[in-house]
Design a binder for this molecule. Sequence first.
Ligand code: ADP
Length: 217
Amino acid sequence: MNIVLFGPPGSGKGTQADNIVQNFNLFKISTGDLLREEIKNKTNLGIKIKEIIEKGLLVSDNIVNELIKKVLSNLKKESVKKGLIFDGYPRNLKQAENLDKITDVDKISCVLNLKVEKEIIIKRILGRQMCTNCGLIFNEYFNPASKSNHKCGSSFLKKRSDDNEKTIAERYETYLDITLPILDFYKRQKILYEINGKEEIGEIFRKIRVIITSLQA
Ligand code: ADP
């Protein structure tokens, strides 16, 4: 089973992707994480990617598609068979078409659209923290890291360089102009599930769990 997590920046895709990974035997592919990994490695490509991300723009399809191809080619066949969760991909129609090609045999089972309005997103993004060691996502206001939910310690918690007020506004515009229109593509295929992304993290996951379980049956 292959799943796409869809929604504006800060809607909780990464958090829910981690919940799905922990509860179902699926493998997560987050294009944001893959791009940040390139930035961390300070490659020439990483430097270019950083500039684009900090402007709130989309990185080119070629770069993103290559990174996905690399992950898939390193993944064991059994993992691919069990299923993939795509977080942050696709972000435009060309990427949606490419994803259909990549998942040719198993197809996309569902697209989970986390719906949250702009005002809430801004608050969430400004409080977001990411662990540079384990990759888990927390929020200093709504979902703080503690000894019980995070083992690495607070020194690894960092703010993302694109999580500032100016870049958020640009990222949201990019989402409205380029990413949101691809929902129609999935609506036509009847695999789109709308989820109220304003609810509490556990409640959202309960709804996601019901959808995935019903599709597995
Ligand atoms: P968010 O969903 O909160 O914006 P992500 O980690 O998914 O966070 O993405 C961060 C940035 O990485 C995006 O603003 C964009 O610049 C870039 N990016 C992520 N995924 C893609 C993609 N599929 N295509 C192009 N650019 C991407």
